[in-house]
Write a protein of this length. Structure first.
Length: 194
């Protein structure tokens, strides 16, 4: 049996970071580090697959991509104190805010009105329990440092199903990771969304 988010297998709710406006801007500038929105894209994908509202409206008819709006919050100097509160030992903007997992819960609360929690020691069991409870989980790969969306648990195969927001040369939709490979592949923290 697969325990997953409400729309975990809906390909129409798969988001790719390669078409984000911020990525386009960075790439146009020739910035070698243009792949910066994996976290915002993974987060928005999780929220949408949970059935949460992620659309962003403007006064006019333009609708910005929600992952771009989240990336803006994560790099907005006006949020410096909120970032400091989320991770006191780190001076904000020492690194791009989208790279700091602890910043995501306050950002998601303000941008989408959805609760998130940073969990140190994000073991296999922690992720599995969150998925069974219907919570989406963002995890970070060890190499490269890259955020992905864990959206389901297959208890027959003892595997997580995840979506990679950077599809590289293959499809990033519905990839799998086995229990025995998890700790070698994933950093020991998670961000869970309720």
């Amino acid at each position: 049996m697969i325990h997953g988010l409400l729309y975990w297998d809906d390909r129409q709710r798969y988001y790719s970071q390669v078409n984000n406006s911020i990525e386009r801007l960075l790439r146009t500038k020739g910035d070698k580090g243009w792949l910066e929105t994996c976290g915002p894209t993974a987060t928005v994908m999780i929220l949408d697959m949970m059935g949460r509202q992620v659309g962003v409206d403007t006064v006019g008819s333009y609708h910005p991509q929600p992952e771009d709006v989240l990336a803006l919050w994560l790099n907005d100097p006006r949020n410096r104190q909120k970032m400091r509160n989320a991770r006191p030992e780190l001076e904000p903007f020492q690194f791009p805010g989208n790279q700091i997992a602890q910043y995501y819960p306050p950002a998601v609360a303000e941008v989408f009105g959805i609760q998130g929690e940073y969990i140190e020691g994000g073991t296999w069991e922690v992720v599995k329990l969150n998925l069974i409870q219907g919570h989406g989980v963002m995890v970070a790969m060890k190499s490269p440092g890259h955020f992905i969306s864990v959206v389901a648990y297959d208890n027959l195969k003892d595997e997580f199903i995840y979506h990679d927001p950077f599809p590289k040369n293959s499809d990033g939709f519905a990839k799998r990771i086995r229990h025995q490979d998890y700790s070698g592949f994933i950093k020991p923290y998670v961000v869970a969304y309720m």
